[in-house]
Design a binder for this molecule. Structure first.
Ligand SMILES: COc1cc(-c2[o+]c3cc(O)cc([O-])c3cc2O[C@@H]2O[C@H](CO)[C@H](O)[C@H](O)[C@H]2O)cc(OC)c1O
Ligand code: UDP
Length: 484
């Protein structure tokens, strides 16, 4: 007889996909062989995302874990979408009949269906098959709390969103959030994505629970303020540390890591803007000037703009450094004689870099995975939010967790950062400065490093939440047999 299975439906693309898959693996491991994991794969909408997902699937399929990957039939791309969140949501919706028939045709009991936060249109398939459904939320609880409040907040807004409203927004569990720190996806005249975030937030309340990549130690006050009617399982930090652990199978060290090996402890500021973040030429110039003037060592992941015509910023080209960087910059900073910096024009091994003893600070776009990875390794941050919910993450990091120092941005100029401001902030973060803010950021980062590790260890809050969730999933009645 086949084991019961938990069906995971992740979003394509690295950030969401890896986080959801790692959460699925933790469920599997906690289940101790009581159920298997079935992952339903949608065709990724671009070639770049498709090859990212293929790579992850190939690695996991070879891991020997009880995970089965099922490819869903292709669907047309929705047309007329105004932003990627709308595209993702509608693209997922077109898969609903395929998801339903894939679940219905599985052998054995389907213990639960877990869908990504953008895929709540698929909850109908689970409801129709009477299978309990959960949402996996790869962003912080603060953003979950905000999504749940969007219907109530809408009344105060014009079509210009929070930008026009000004003032602050009350989010229970956080200090009042200044309007410019509301997520970029809601702050400007992007009422279309507001509609979709509000839609998904409403649908979360239909799920049996929301599994969130956070922990009580990180966002305890926000979690406590989420209405009790919505069960929330804080099981994070969920961070995937793939790859072989024994020395013989490990590939040779990455060039960035080899460069770090030659630098003194805590001397390098690491700059990386996630899988989709890129800066325009004027902003790249300011960063170069600011870094050079700061006099600190740096490792800068500088990605190119998206391929022409791509709707998806994640389809970044390898950066053409000679076109992007100011003349003389590489010669002044990155030559054998004057080797204080490294500029890496492609994907870099971020977790390995953050874990390296030479790294003392992280200029980050505040993607939630990046924030969690930085805290996991105790690296204090300089938040430079770009898109999605990242402005809210930046606010929570500085005003709530306290593991970051603020970076001044010109909001009226699209959050432009002047070279002089970056120079000041990097000096402050890296320079052994003793301002109260920097001292607190370092202490908090170290404190969070310990707290994150404790949360997921045996006896920790996130481990206990995962165990409770697995018990809940396994206690489901037998009437939830698959239809075959
Ligand atoms: C939350 O608001 C937005 C999120 C995204 C977005 O979209 C997205 C789509 C994919 O198919 C794959 C992804 O990896 C992905 C990631 C993503 O944003 C980031 O998600 C992370 C969680 O995995 C994390 O929370 C980061 O902080 C997010 O920035 C896109 C978007 O508009 C373009 C949003 O408004
Ligand atoms: O050059 C890069 C850029 C990103 N990442 C990883 O990609 C993920 C980015 O997720 P995040 O939530 O920070 O941001 P997103 O890219 O989804 O906006 C994180 O796990 C990073 O470690 C990486 O390894 N190398």
């Amino acid at each position: 007889m086949s084991l019961p299975t938990v069906v995971l439906v992740p979003c394509w693309g690295s950030g969401h996909f890896m986080s959801a898959l790692e959460a699925g693996k933790r469920l599997l491991d906690t289940g101790g062989g009581a159920f298997s994991l079935t992952v339903l794969l949608m065709h990724s909408p671009t070639q770049t995302k498709a090859s990212e997902v293929e790579g992850h699937v190939r690695r996991e399929a070879a891991s020997g874990l009880d995970i089965r990957f099922l490819q869903l039939p292709a669907v047309e791309h929705p047309t007329g979408c105004v932003d990627p969140v709308e595209f993702d949501s509608r693209y997922a919706q077109l898969h609903a009949p395929h998801v339903k028939s894939a679940i219905a045709s599985l052998q054995g009991r389907v213990a639960a269906v877990v869908v990504d936060l953008f895929l709540t249109t698929l909850l109908d398939a689970a409801h129709e098959l009477a299978v309990p459904a959960y949402v996996y939320f790869a962003s912080p609880a603060a953003f979950l709390a905000l999504m749940l409040r969007l219907p109530a907040l809408r009344g105060d807004l014009t079509s210009a969103g929070f930008e026009e409203k000004g003032g602050t927004v009350d989010l229970p569990g956080l200090p009042p959030v200044p309007a410019p720190y509301m997520p970029a996806c809601l702050v400007r005249a992007k009422i279309q994505s507001y509609d979709w975030f509000e839609y998904h937030g409403r649908r979360f309340t239909e799920a049996r629970g929301v599994i969130v990549n956070t922990s009580l130690e990180l966002e305890g006050s926000v979690l406590a303020a989420i209405p009790a009617a919505l069960p929330v399982h804080a099981i994070g930090p969920v961070i995937s540390f793939g790859g072989p652990t024994d020395d013989e199978q490990r590939p040779p060290a990455h060039e960035c890591v080899r460069w770090l090996d030659a630098q003194p402890a805590a001397s390098v500021v690491f700059i990386c803007f996630g899988s989709m973040g890129f800066l325009d030429a004027a902003q790249v110039r300011e960063v170069a000037v600011g870094l050079q003037r700061s006099g600190h060592r740096f490792l800068w992941v500088l990605r190119g703009p998206p391929h022409a015509g791509s709707r998806f910023p994640t389809d970044a080209a390898q950066a053409q450094l000679d076109e992007l960087l100011p003349e003389g910059f590489m010669a002044a900073c990155c030559t054998a004689g004057n080797n204080i910096g490294m500029v890496w024009p492609a994907w870099a091994p971020q977790k390995e870099i953050l874990s390296h003893a030479a790294v003392g600070g992280f200029v980050t776009h505040c993607g939630w995975n990046s924030v969690l990875e930085s805290l996991w390794f105790g690296v204090p941050m300089l938040p430079w939010p770009l898109y999605g919910e990242q402005h809210l993450n930046a606010f929570a990091l500085v005003a709530g967790v306290g593991a970051a120092v603020a970076l001044g941005m010109d909001r009226k100029k699209g959050f432009f950062v002047e070279a002089a401001e970056l120079e000041r902030a990097v000096r402050s973060l890296m320079g052994g400065g003793s301002s109260e803010e920097v001292t607190k950021a370092r202490e908090k980062a170290a404190e969070m490093r310990a707290a994150c590790r404790k949360a997921v260890a045996e006896g920790g809050s996130s481990r206990a939440a995962l165990q409770r969730l697995v018990r809940e999933i396994l206690a489901l009645p037998e009437s939830l047999e698959g239809t075959s």
